[in-house]
Write a protein that binds this ligand. Structure first.
Ligand code: GTP
Ligand code: MG
Length: 143
């Protein structure tokens, strides 16, 4: 299995996806510090949003095989700058979460992730589980 680090703004769905991938009961928990697990590194959204905390993410990225940029499907803007993936020295994949919400705009989010530089993008819903298998399959493939 690849080790993945999740980044994304507050509420993007990093912790909910972590719970889903681990087969845990889904419950709301505000991430307050970096949760460093065996295969998943879950980070607080503030680390992605605040420049003075973002440096910590670079260090944790060294410990991961792949970094996942998350955007929630009903988000109204993207925090990822154009081609920002080239700043990460690991593979970066895009993940659109909450695709089963009635106000989801999945294609818009995929476009934001493509602009950020993500070549591989998954679209899923951690609550219903739709699309999660494709991500699991990607993570379980050794390269
Ligand atoms: N319907 C739906 N709701 C989701 C999904 N992912 C997250 N949510 C909801 O969005 C809210 C925030 O999700 P979190 O997983 O805590 O977000 P986070 O990215 O970990 O946020 P921080 O820890 O604050 O950085 C919660 O109420 C979740 O239930 C999803 O795939 N589908
Ligand atoms: Mg969280």
């Amino acid at each position: 299995m690849k080790k993945i680090m999740f980044v994304g703004r507050v509420g993007a769905g990093k912790t909910t996806l972590t719970q889903r991938l681990r087969g845990e009961k889904i419950h709301y928990y505000k991430t307050q510090y970096v949760h460093y697990g065996d295969l998943i590194i879950d980070t607080p959204g503030e680390y992605t949003e605040r420049a003075n905390l973002a440096g910590a993410l670079a260090l944790y990225a060294y410990e991961a095989d792949v970094v996942g940029f998350l955007i929630k499907a009903n988000d109204v803007y993207s925090i990822y700058g154009p081609n920002i993936t080239c700043m990460v020295n690991r593979d970066v994949i895009g993940i659109v979460t909450a695709i089963d919400r009635p106000d989801a705009n999945v294609e818009k989010c995929k476009e934001w992730l493509r602009l950020a530089g993500c070549k591989t993008i998954f679209a899923l819903d951690s609550k219903t589980g739709r699309g999660v298998d494709a991500l699991l399959e990607y993570l379980s493939k050794e390269e």
